[in-house]
Design a protein around this ligand. Sequence first.
Ligand SMILES: [Zn+2]
Length: 204
Amino acid sequence: MEDATLGESPGALAQLTQEFTKLPGIGPKSAERIVHFLLGGDRADALSLAEALRTVVDQVRRCKQCFNLTEGELCSICANPKRDPTTICVVETPRDLAVLERAGSFRGLYHVLHGRLAPLDGVGPDQLTLDALLRRVQKGEVKEVILATSPTLEGDGTALYASQMLAATKVSITRLARGIASGSSLDLANSQMLADALDGRRAF
Ligand SMILES: [Zn+2]
């Protein structure tokens, strides 16, 4: 009986383990440990995790203006009348946005690209939200676009592409100061470094 159950389970177990290995920083061994932890613990805890995951996937979507993650039409930043709509900070990911928000010094709005141009990996302008950025700027209210893509080859390439795309709009285009080590990502920078990088931004 015990053997029969074990005989059936590897499919589901292996599949769940496989799913966990797709997460950042989780290798096969960690994935296996997590799966066994979940199975060995309270059944209700495991189901509540599954339910929380389903709820997030069902309810969280992209803000229709800036593409940040939100449960409403507009994210809390776009919906906040105290934020300055004339300055837009362009970031690669919602996580970068969260890091800049924690730094606490930026009072404008954001635009999340959901990636960066990576021609070798097949990521072109159409996979990002660049068109929507152009349309936002063309509406005329925006005075400055801060390109806060990562200080990597691809992040720089993305910033260059965005600046050329926006050139005809006459909006002022700036880039974060190089307080952040080249080749690293925003989420590795601390809050003060980011605040300094924002304050020290320069014309692109
Ligand atoms: Zn938004």
